[in-house]
Design a protein around this ligand. Structure first.
Ligand code: FES
Ligand SMILES: [Fe+2]
Length: 447
């Protein structure tokens, strides 16, 4: 928030700009710059007068959040205003109210099999390390040294303790401070109370999940049972996911990360349009799907889109889209199962895709109001013949589809930042999962 002096300066600057442009501040042009969302342009006024006029925003973050009305049915609803996708204040609120309150699928069980295995990463403001301790329990901590906040671990691997690279404070896999040198003369310091700060950790199927802990609630322990994780993370959709064989048996075969110049929600919106963009933006993919069979079902925090394959498609075309390999189609035909592509979105930022012998996951990480990172991991059924060349081709071509989406997402972000756009509409029969996503966002942000 701007300081009082800063606000006065900003107001003066706005007044000077208005006077230079011949405009005067009116009640519609209130000059509240503190806590205000960036200003927007009045499109309706432009239509009426042919001239752009700045509509100086007086809205607080709360006002901007409430511009989306979650009660209005999808047939009548406006999409959230562009400020949801551009405002740094709303982005900060999302980190706190969404990313620090919801489970985050940051890893996979194959990465954390034996004592000492660890992974690190960052979701929003939370820099984490997850490990398996000497007793075989999963543990997760903020990757922040209690001395001067350096990261105590980086990358992934297998270790017996975390040694901070800055001044050597050493923590056990159980998070306790084991060693801190040159503290002679220190007072009011208790090593027992200076361990790594824990996060909640749990698993479901192949996924390892973490959640920020609210210490004000005096919670104890660190690992949460699978049943509770399932309830909180997936709710009633867990059954559908399990019956689509989303489980820990898959082999991990590839990983890629993409940094995209768009708000994290733009990427999610793109995923949640019920296949609307597929025939226009992914012509290769459209040729192998039977889009008439596209179906979307909603549950509490999960939406599942499914689509049948086009029976007449040549197998080679599957390969060309990268969404499924030609052998994958053979596998589907032989086994007579899994004849639909299956795309599950788990609120707020995780996607699980199943098609033939494949599973891939997308984790959408917020970086700033206008940038995100998408991490994609590919998995294959263990019984499927392991052909390196085919795997590479499939993942490369899947990456090509990804590039088509990235170009669209970055175009949308640019459009959201222009003065022409305030909010849009939903295609009600296909974009209701997107609407559901926005309703959940509104619930979290209004809390
Ligand atoms: S910051 Fe870790 S030992 Fe100093
Ligand atoms: Fe797409």
């Amino acid at each position: 928030m701007a300081s009082r002096g800063g606000r006065a300066l900003a107001s003066a600057a706005v007044r000077s700009l208005l006077s230079r442009s011949g405009l005067q501040a009116t009640s519609e042009m209130r000059l509240q710059t503190g806590c205000a969302i960036s200003s927007s342009w009045d499109y309706n006024a432009y239509l009426a007068t042919g001239r752009w006029s700045r509509r100086w925003a007086s809205a607080s973050v709360g006002d901007e959040i409430s511009k989306f009305d979650r009660v209005t049915p999808v047939e009548e609803a406006l999409t959230p205003p562009s400020s949801w996708y551009t405002s740094t204040e709303i982005f900060s609120l999302e980190l706190e109210r969404i990313f620090e309150r919801r489970w985050q699928a940051v890893g996979y069980s194959h990465q954390l099999q034996k004592p000492g295995d660890f992974i690190t990463g960052k979701v929003g403001r939370v820099r984490y390390v997850v490990c398996r301790d000497d007793e075989g329990n999963l543990r997760a901590y903020h990757n922040v040294c209690r001395h001067h906040a350096a990261a105590v671990a980086s990358g992934s691997g297998c270790i017996s303790s975390f040694v901070c690279p800055y001044h050597g404070w050493t923590y056990g896999l159980d998070g306790r401070l084991q060693k801190a040198t040159r503290l002679g003369g220190i007072r009011n310091f208790t090593g027992r109370e200076s361990g790594l700060v824990p996060l909640w950790v749990g698993t479901w199927g192949p996924f390892v999940l973490i959640k920020h802990r609210d210490f004000s609630q005096k919670e104890t322990g660190s690992e949460i049972g699978d049943v509770e994780v399932q309830k909180q993370w997936l709710g009633s959709a867990a059954k559908t996911l399990a019956s689509s064989r989303v489980d820990a048996s898959f082999l991990h075969v590839g990983k890629r990360g993409y940094t995209i110049n768009c708000n994290w929600k733009v990427f999610c919106d793109n995923y949640l349009d019920g296949g609307y963009h597929v025939p226009h933006a992914h012509t290769g993919l459209a040729s192998v799907l039977n889009l008439k069979t596209y179906n979307t079902t909603l549950s509490e925090k999960v939406s599942i889109q499914t689509c049948g394959f086009a029976r007449s498609s040549e197998d080679e075309r599957y390969r060309s889209t990268g969404e499924i390999s030609s052998s994958g189609v053979e596998d589907v035909k032989k086994k007579g199962k899994g004849d639909r592509a299956f795309y599950a979105f788990v609120y707020p930022n995780f996607m699980i895709n199943r098609y033939g012998p494949w599973m891939d996951t997308n984790l959408v990480l917020p970086i700033s109001a206008t940038q995100c990172q998408v991490i994609i991991n590919w998995f294959l059924e263990p019984s499927f013949p392991h052909d390196e060349a085919l795997l590479k081709t499939s993942i490369d071509t899947s990456g090509a589809v990804q590039q088509e989406d990235i170009a669209l997402c970055e175009s949308v972000q640019e459009g959201l930042q222009t003065p022409a756009y305030e909010s849009g509409r939903y295609a009600p029969k296909v974009e209701y999962a997107m609407h559901h996503f926005h309703v959940l966002l509104h619930e979290d942000l209004s809390m």
